[in-house]
Design a protein around this ligand. Structure first.
Ligand SMILES: Nc1nc2c(ncn2[C@@H]2O[C@H](COP(=O)(O)OP(=O)(O)OP(=O)(O)O)[C@@H](O)[C@H]2O)c(=O)[nH]1
Length: 423
């Protein structure tokens, strides 16, 4: 029995010692872990050094991000949950090559490859535009002449219509006298016969026999040289650009000379026209540079590069008539040190009528005009100016501008013109 009590006492002592030891161990381990594994209290408090990082994490710099990420990037495709853009039908831009807004300058050569409209398309389109602008005069004449008896009042009204269309007094008198004579010889004609006579008489006035060809092919071993003159705003630069397109469409090599140095924008405008069809422009970056020097360089470069034709745009905005004439004469003289001028085209705005004629005479005194480009014929019913210009200046109308579009320039065809007036 005593032995049993001794055994129980020993077991109890061992158990108590074990429990106490275990408790002490657990407590000790818990303290030691906190020290090792938890960060020291001060590291949980944001320090000044940490602040920017935190700030960056909580502040979304969206604008900066947009700028940084959009640079040089193509637009992201729309997300699935974004509504798709609704197509709104064809626009002018739909016909242009798609150029991403952020595309690099490589888009330029694409622009340079623009193909001018073919001659046939252009003529069909422009003929109907000419008819649209000019048939008020034709309709007025035909209704007067086919209204019955051709008394003096009717003839006066016919005269007024022709004068109103800027045909000029001389040509108007001539046309009415000729019609009267035919009536007196043949008796009262039918409406169709009168229309045929009117057609013939107008065609005679427009003079289909004049040589309206443009010197735009190489002349022997040198390029043809075309000088373009006219008052500012008449459409000179636009005409040079359009003419370059016509020639490029005919596979000619063209070089442009920006001798309108009066304002830098004129040279920029010309350069843009040229660049669109891959034609280079000789220019000076200095506003007010010597136009004769630019023209000289352009012709020289054209010869060196063996192009087919050099076209020189000139300024029309000078303080006075003497200054203008002196400058144009100088440009002409200096060009002629390099090459003869094969064509000197005077650009006239058809909407300015008699006033434009007076300006034309000033230019004709300074340079030898070989042909006229009548612009903005789409914007006036006064097609009679064709006859007046040819009579006053003694040179043919060679080209007509029929709109602001890049391919709205056409050769002047007398028969098509009279048809358009009377059809
Ligand atoms: N409707 C119509 N507008 C034309 C025609 N030709 C030119 N224009 C317009 O006339 C305006 C003047 O044309 P420009 O080529 O700048 O005239 P510019 O004579 O060179 O003038 P400066 O450079 O100031 O000397 C432009 O708005 C052209 O688009 C045409 O045949 N029809």
């Amino acid at each position: 029995m005593d032995q049993l009590w001794e055994i129980l006492t020993v077991i109890t002592v061992i158990l108590v010692a074990g429990v106490v030891g275990a408790v002490a161990l657990v407590r000790g381990r818990g303290r030691g872990g906190a020290t090792k594994e938890l960060p020291p209290q001060e590291t949980q408090v944001p320090s000044a050094k940490d602040a920017p990082t935190r700030g960056a994490n909580t502040y979304k710099p969206s604008s900066t991000a947009t700028i940084d990420t959009s640079k040089g990037a193509t637009p992201a495709p729309p997300k699935d949950d974004e509504p798709a853009e609704v197509p709104t039908g064809p626009t002018v831009e739909d016909n242009a090559p798609a150029i991403p807004e952020t595309a690099p300058v490589e888009t330029e050569p694409e622009v340079g490859t623009e193909r001018p409209e073919s001659a046939r398309n252009r003529m069909t389109r422009l003929r109907s535009r000419l008819a649209g602008s000019q048939n008020t005069m034709g309709k007025g004449l035909l209704s007067l002449l086919s209204a019955g008896s051709l008394d003096e009042t009717v003839w006066e009204e016919v005269e007024d219509t022709l004068l109103g269309a800027d045909l000029g007094v001389e040509a108007t008198t001539e046309l009415v006298d000729n019609l009267k004579r035919r009536v007196s010889v043949e008796g009262t004609p039918t409406a169709e016969r009168l229309e045929a006579w009117l057609h013939e008489e107008l065609l005679t006035l427009v003079n289909p026999d004049l040589d309206r060809r443009i010197a735009a092919s190489r002349q022997g071993d040198r390029p043809a040289v075309i000088m373009v003159v006219g008052v500012n705003g008449t459409g000179k630069t636009t005409t040079v650009g359009k003419l370059a397109r016509v020639l490029v469409a005919e596979d000619k090599e063209v070089l442009l000379g920006a001798a309108d140095t009066f304002r830098a924008a004129a040279a920029d405008q010309l350069e843009t026209w040229g660049a669109r069809v891959g034609v280079a422009t000789v220019r000076s970056d200095k506003e007010g540079a010597d136009p004769a020097a630019v023209a000289f360089d352009a012709v020289k470069d054209g010869k060196d590069e063996e192009v087919d034709v050099v076209i020189i745009d000139t300024a029309g905005r000078l303080h006075n008539k003497v200054g203008l004439m002196d400058e144009l004469s100088k440009v002409k003289r200096v060009i002629e040190k390099q090459s003869p001028i094969d064509e000197c085209l005077l650009v006239l705005d058809a909407t300015t009528g008699q006033n434009g004629m007076r300006q034309a005479e000033v230019f004709a005194q300074a340079v030898d005009i070989t042909g006229v480009v009548l612009t903005k014929l789409d914007g006036t019913a006064k097609g009679g100016i064709v006859v007046l210009v040819q009579r006053e200046l003694g040179v043919p109308v060679k080209l007509v501008g029929l709109g602001e579009g890049a391919d709205d320039l056409a050769p002047f065809d007398p028969k098509a013109f009279v048809d358009a007036v009377l059809d």
